[in-house]
Ligand binder design. Sequence first.
Ligand code: AKB
Length: 315
Amino acid sequence: MTNILITGSMGQVGSELIDYLLASYQGEILATDVRKVELGDKNERIQSEILDVRDASKLNELIDQYHIDEIYHLASILSAKGESDPFLAYNVNLSGTVNVLNSSVAKKVKKVFFPSSIAVYGPEAKRDDAGTRHDSIPTTMYGITKMSSEMLTQYYHRKYNLDVRSIRYPGIISYKVEPTAGTTDYSVEMIRSAVKGLPYTCYLREDTKLPMIYMGDAMKATLRLMNAPQENVKVRTSYNIMAYSMTCKELENEIKTIYPEFNVSYVPDSRQEIADSWPRSINTEDARRDWGFDPSFDLHNTVLDMVKNLKVLIH
Ligand code: AKB
């Protein structure tokens, strides 16, 4: 049996990952977050605790108390919030990650998952099909902390043989929990507005193109990487994944095949500069070769599934 601790359980990814982990592991799950974790009518195998990842001693206590074998370290300040409070992003993202890595070594945690991001690329990276290895320098605090954390994960693997595995998430589209504080949030906001029958003002230019994935595919990829045999995990910085790349206008047009009257206006704000510093698409060959990354949802199917589920949730 494997007991799992999740940090940042209340976020867009954490709140969905819990269900995927429950379905694929027999052990107990400890859902932690800096806010009180709402478990609703969730399974009896889940417990919750408040945890600020900057607090190393509380993290150590919880690992001991709940006999933790694996950690999914999702707690993070995202790109847009990171630019409005860079010092907070630096502290939570970097100190938090170092704490998780140190505690994992000290407490002999067997495996750690760390989510990185397309934010590790900087403006001089290849715009299309950007490779796993790159020599660009991120320009956002979020990107700087993710890039440094990737280097730390590789360091802890080499120095302490810690089995830490990582994926660079692109923008993730999902319907259960609204993302906040990121740059790719517009994708979810736009679909939600259409389902609510409201117009949408997009904070990015209509030709802004970014790599994306639907939540189910991101979760499948995460579990596939975590369950891959050690020897298959060749990349110890972070694996690129994406399912498709789209402009804001392409998303609008896809939504309009269902809601022809939907109205979107484009009023770029400071998040445009963040989006412009990221690649339009990234190369996923390493993930496909090493552990069989194989997403199923394209843009068309993502929008169809989002609308189907949001109709139930919103109406
Ligand atoms: C963000 O927009 O900050 C995140 C990400 C791409 O890492 N969704």
